[in-house]
Structure formats: structure tokens, C-alpha cells
Design a protein around this ligand. Structure first.
Ligand code: SIN
Length: 488
């Protein structure tokens, strides 16, 4: 049965969590809606704290055998999961568009992006190397190994309902860990579909569990259970801080990918047309609802008019609409409340003296309550809300600066430090400025930074740890040192 068949007969959605290889119904019915038209597409029961405990117990039991499965075998199972995801990529893409609204081509792109983490991790499973170490003690040898950390509890977001699961699970499973995933209540279906495919791939029961329900109930089980050794989270900085506090009692490892306030710096020697394309790609992808979206476009004053003109042309041509419509550039936001929040930011900017160049309003009458017009604004004060907070919507705001020093000072003037972007053709400037930017990732003449092979993560209040590449696998391991004596 394909995912699409299950979508049609709704069996996937009548089974609401996936615990120890079995579909489990929860209590009540939390509606999952298509943000594009507010239609209820599924109703998901809540398995609550008891369900979360059952999943943790299952993951703990499964860990005892999974950690001993040879990395070559783990890699094979992951590659089967990968192949099944690719086989079902169209259906999985549709599921993403249906439950969170993003444009279908972006949704399909996300499925491939998500699958790439599984492929990379499967390959990496075989390359988790230790080292031998010179010791100061006569007659000894020292070495290190990377042991899987154990059961990992992950809380995943709605903006990438597929890829933010695979980016965590694939390296964890490759390393020998087992998982309990709590997906966002807005987007449980992609998580359940991944569970279905994991089961078909032969990933053993209890290794990959999905629990749906109330975060207030499930979160504390994940952060509080002795059996859970690590907590992973992608989402807001406020929730990340809360989880970190909760996890502190058990001195659990945390991997947090939190909010951002990405500067997109355009210097006077940049290719302005390429920079304008880059702003649109970074800012309007997923309707601006990514943690790495350009949040502040910081441009050197001498080329600002040229950039504003190039952006006005592009942003005013963007078409908002349903994600399934092939002509749509920008889909809906996740909720009506997200639209209200974005509109409040724009109104605050207007009140602070910013000029609305295009957009600047909800599209309730034209398209429905979850749509906001692609917006370009300029000016206003440096401390207005749109400059200080993560916008998470299709609003680009431009700030003029005189020189490099001012650009860096403005870029770093935030508690966040996830991604930054820099457009310049001067190699010395690339070195000077990338070194001065307090960010975990910097895209130079490149509007998108994430890939299976590269380290994704932030500094300051944007998080702890890295996902992706060899670093993403290492996060799920404990470094163990062994000293052997009596070697004559
Ligand atoms: C995110 O917004 O958290 C993920 C974005 C990406 O991986 O590019």
C-alpha cells in the first residue's frame, strides 16, 4: 500500500502514534489542518505521558540489541529506509504540503533533503573511528572509541516535518542509538509516514518511536526519564531554554537548534543581481518560516538603491497561493495567529518610520486567514521589532550601513547566532568578515547553507551542537577512553 493509498483511506491517520513497532491510538482528537484552506485533514489522539513512557521503555529495551547490531547491518537498514523514502517521495511531498502548506516543489525538495541525511548517515555508520593515543605511563596503550549515547528523545518542528526528523534520527540510528520522536502537533503525518517506512525497511521494533500529544505531558517524560540520555530539539529559543533547564537535573546531553535573526549583508563590491536573487531564495523559502531565513538585509549605502530596486522588482512579482498550485511562489503561514504576529511586526515597523515598498498586509480576503503578502520594507529604527525578533514570515527588511565595521556591528547586535549571509567579491573581505561574524554558519555568495555533509547549528542563544556531517553523528556518541596496562 502506498502512502497515497493510506492517505485516501485515512488508515495512517487513524493510528496515531508508533510505539515499539505498533500503531497506538491516543485519547481525544487533535485536529490537523491544511493551513491553506483550514480543512481538517486528520484527527490525532494524544498518548500523553503514559504513551511517552511506553515509548521510552521500548527504546531502552531496543537499545540493548540495536547498539550491538553491526554498523554494516545498521547501514543496510538505513539504506532500505532511504530507498523507500525515495520511492514514496511524491506522496511524502504531498503530505508535507497538505499539513504545513509549503509549496509542493519545496516539499519534494525537503523529502530529498531529508533522505540525504539518511544516506549520509548510513555511509557514516561504517566510519565512526576511534584513535590510539600515546600515554605517559610505561607499559600501557591508550585508545578511544565512540559509544552510542543511548535513548534519545527528540522534539521536532512543523516547518520541516520530514527533514528535521531524519536529520536527527539518521545519525542517531547510525551511531547505535534508539529514538523517541515527538513531532509538532501541526505536522504529525510526515512523522507517522516516516515510521511506516522505517517499519517496512525492517528497522527493529522500538528503535524508532513516534509519540503524538501534548508537549506539556510528553516533554517532561523525555527530559526527566533516567533512560533518556540525550534530548534533541529544533524550535524556539524560549522552549529550548526550558528543555535545557529540565534536562539539567539528569545532566543529559542536549542538542538544540533554536531561533535565528540572520543578517544578509550586501557589500559595495557584490554582484547586486545575484544578491537580490539570494535574498529572495533565503527570505521567501517556506514563506520565510525557516530558522536560517534572512531576517535583516544589511546593505552598504552606496549600492542600496540598486539593491532595493532589484528586490522591489522580484518581491512584487512573487505570487502567494495554495502550495499545490504550480504557479505559487509563496504558500500560507502555518496558522492565522502566525499571520497576526507577522502583521504586528510590520505595523510596529511602520510606526517606527519604516517605508513599506510592497506588500505589508494579510491576504485574508484574497486567499484566506493564513496568507501574508510578500513584503519588502526599508528604514525605521534599529531597535524596532522586525529587526530584533525572528520574523518567521515573508517580510524582508532593509537597513543601510556605511562600511564593513558598521555592517558587522549591526549583524552581531543580537542574542542569536545561527546563520549569516555575506555578498562580496573581495577575498580579503570574505576572510575578515566571516571571522568577525558571530554565527555558526556563514553563506558567502550563497543563500542556502544546509546539506547532509555540513555542520548545521548556531552559537549564542541559537543553540548547542551540530547536525549533519560527521559532527552530526558524533553528537550521538560518547567518547570513551581506554587505558590498557601490562603491555610489555
Ligand atoms: C530550519 O529552519 O531549522 C532548517 C533549515 C534548513 O535546514 O535549511
Amino acid at each position: 500500500m502506498t502512502i497515497a493509498d493510506r492517505l485516501n483511506d485515512k488508515t495512517l491517520f487513524q493510528t496515531q502514534s508508533f510505539i515499539n513497532g505498533a500503531w497506538v491510538k491516543g485519547e481525544g482528537a487533535v485536529a490537523v489542518t491544511n493551513p491553506s484552506n483550514d480543512e481538517v485533514i486528520a484527527e490525532i489522539g494524544d498518548v500523553g505521558a503514559a504513551g511517552a513512557r511506553a515509548a521510552v521503555d521500548a527504546a531502552a529495551a531496543a537499545f540493548e540489541t540495536w547498539k550491538k547490531v553491526s554498523p554494516f547491518e545498521r547501514a543496510k537498514l538505513l539504506m532500505k529506509w532511504h530507498a523507500l523514502i525515495l520511492e514514496n517521495a511524491d506522496d511524502l511531498g504531498q503530505l508535507i504540503t497538505l499539513e504545513m502548506g509549503k509549496v509542493l516543489r519545496e516539499a519534494k525538495g525537503e523529502v530529498l533533503y531529508g533522505a540525504s541525511f539518511i544516506e549520509w548517515s548510513a555511509e557514516e555508520a561504517k566510519r565512526i573511528y576511534g584513535e590510539t593515543i600515546a600515554t605517559p605511563f610505561p607499559g600501557t596503550r591508550g585508545w578511544t572509541t565512540h559509544a552510542p549515547i543511548g535513548v534519545v528523545g527528540c522534539i521536532t518542528p512543523w516547518n520541516f516535518p520530514n527533514a528535521m526528523i531524519t536529520r536527527k534520527c539518521a545519525p542517531a540510528l547510525a551511531a547505535g542509538c534508539t529514538m523517541v520522536i515527538k513531532p509538532a502537533p501541526e505536522t504529525p503525518l510526515s512523522a507517522l509516514a516516516l515510521a511506516e517506512l522505517a517499519k517496512r525497511a525492517g528497522i527493529p521494533d522500538g528503535v524508532f518511536n513516534v509519540v503524538c500529544g501534548d508537549a506539556q505531558e510528553i516533554g517532561p517524560v523525555l527530559t526527566g526519564s533516567d533512560a533518556v540520555k540525550m534530548v534533541g530539539f529544533t524550535g524556539s529559543t524560549a522552549v529550548g531554554k526550558l528543555l535545557m533547564r529540565q534536562a539539567a537535573d539528569g545532566v543529559k546531553r542536549v542538542a538544540l537548534e533554536l531561533g535565528g535573526n540572520a543578517p544578509f549583508i550586501v557589500m559595495d563590491d557584490a554582484d547586486i543581481e545575484a544578491a537580490a536573487d539570494g535574498v529572495v531564495a533565503s527570505k521567501f523559502r517556506v514563506s520565510g518560516q525557516t530558522c536560517v531565513s534572512a531576517n535583516r538585509i544589511i546593505v552598504q549605502a552606496s549600492v542600496a538603491d540598486k539593491l532595493v530596486e532589484a528586490l522591489e522588482k522580484r518581491v512584487s512579482a512573487l505570487k502567494a497561493g495554495d502550495g499545490f498550485d504550480g504557479s505559487t511562489d509563496v504558500g500560507p503561514l502555518i496558522h492565522h495567529t502566525a499571520v497576526e504576529r507577522v502583521d504586528a511586526l510590520v505595523r510596529n515597523a511602520r510606526d517606527s518610520g519604516a517605508r513599506i515598498i510592497t506588500g505589508g498586509k494579510p491576504m485574508v480576503d484574497e486567499l484566506g486567514g493564513s496568507f501574508y503578502a510578500p513584503t519588502l520594507i526599508e528604514g525605521g529604527s534599529a531597535d524596532m521589532d522586525v529587526a530584533c525578533f525572528e520574523i518567521f514570515g515573508p517580510v524582508a527588511s532593509i537597513y543601510r550601513v556605511e562600511d564593513e565595521a558598521e555592517a558587522i556591528a549591526m549583524a552581531n547586535d543580537t542574542p542569536y547566532g545561527l546563520a549569516a549571509y555575506l555578498y562580496t567579491r573581495d577575498v580579503s573581505r570574505v576572510h575578515r568578515m566571516t571571522e568577525a561574524l558571530d554565527y555558526g554558519m556563514v553563506g558567502v555568495n550563497a543563500p542556502m547553507v544546509g546539506a547532509a555533509s555540513t555542520p548545521f547549528g548556531g552559537v549564542k542563544e541559537s543553540g548547542i551542537g551540530r547536525e549533519g556531517g560527521k559532527w552530526g553523528v558524533e553528537e550521538f556518541t560518547e567518547l570513551k577512553y581506554v587505558l590498557l596496562g601490562g603491555v610489555d
